[in-house]
Design a binder for this molecule. Sequence first.
Ligand code: SF4
Ligand code: SF4
Length: 387
Amino acid sequence: MPSAQTYLTLSPDCSLRLLEEPCIYDRARDELYELDTEAKHLIECLPLRSDSRQAQDTDKEFLRFCLEEGLLLHSPECRPRKRPRQSPLPSLRYLLLHITTRCNLRCAHCFLGDVESVDLTVNDIRRVMGEFDELQGLRLLVSGGEPLLHPEFWEINDLFERYSFRTVLLSNGTALADPGIVRRLRAHEVQLSLDGVGPSHDALRGAGSFQKTLEALENLADTDIDLSVATMVHAGNISDFEALEKIVRSAGVKEWNIDVPSPAGRWRGKGALMADMREVGSILNRSFGGGVHHDERSDWACGAHLCAVMADGSICKCGLYADSPCGTVSEGLEMGWRNVRRVRLNELRCDCELIDECRGGCRYRAEVAGDRFGKDPVMCAANGLLR
Ligand code: SF4
Ligand code: SF4
């Protein structure tokens, strides 16, 4: 009996991404694999009959690696894939999509401040997702407000797996204390906010919210959705980080992002709640994961590969720049991305040896301190450069 015909093809979670360098992106594992010219050519030719001359002549080591890593597989089906286009340069890899301003909490450090309820329409969300995919996007960060409070959230949830990018849902976790809601989620990753242990979390986010976040962590740990945590350092949680790290690690969290709130929205004028910056440096170093998203070769300061779409349909450098949009959803994501006001690393007035790692910190904080090209005082203090 002749054996059945198979085709060498990309695995369902993998796609060819034409960024600064051609890559295979595995959205399930959130990994990027850079390709040389020959490897790119092979991937562009997929699917290929497994017994074809080209498949047989392919560098055996490369092929074995891709099959072992699960990037390629032999499939009985021959499903042609759309050829990707080259990304803009710099590439737009991460998109913060604020689908609503609605929220059930009133966190003291919310950068949105007190705003009216606005929702991005499902049509606009679909349009932005399609354009982000075309532009070779990697991670869609679905945020709010609290994104689960969008009136059509479940319709939006159904879109999460349709494209080639990874979808990360950023939530305050309160709704995810309900296991029934967690089971319906289609996101590849959920990022929960955890700003302290018990009272120090609740002081910022409201009574009872810490307990709900713990329940959400437990519910998510029972699923195959990847879990990440974002924590803001403030005066009330500075001594909580050992306990926080235990919680985060025992929940199997893949990535822990620790940052300092920016002087925007409700946090403006809350200097008394800020942590002592001299203590912040060692705390920020507890962050882990996310290595694939640190592009050391980039020439740009913060946000080299990121922009934001706000709930009113405006496009901006990030949520902190909501007051100075660079485009709108109706004009198109690509135009908005091309209009982002960026700062090159060599334009910064930073004079320290940490520049490759710190990259001048946050441009918004530098601008609030008086100079768009200046130093980020938070990062300078955290790195022991300000006394
Ligand atoms: S920080 Fe997040 S959870 Fe808190 S009020 Fe703002 S949007 Fe809601
Ligand atoms: S620590 Fe300060 S001076 Fe050094 S790169 Fe960061 S912001 Fe610039």
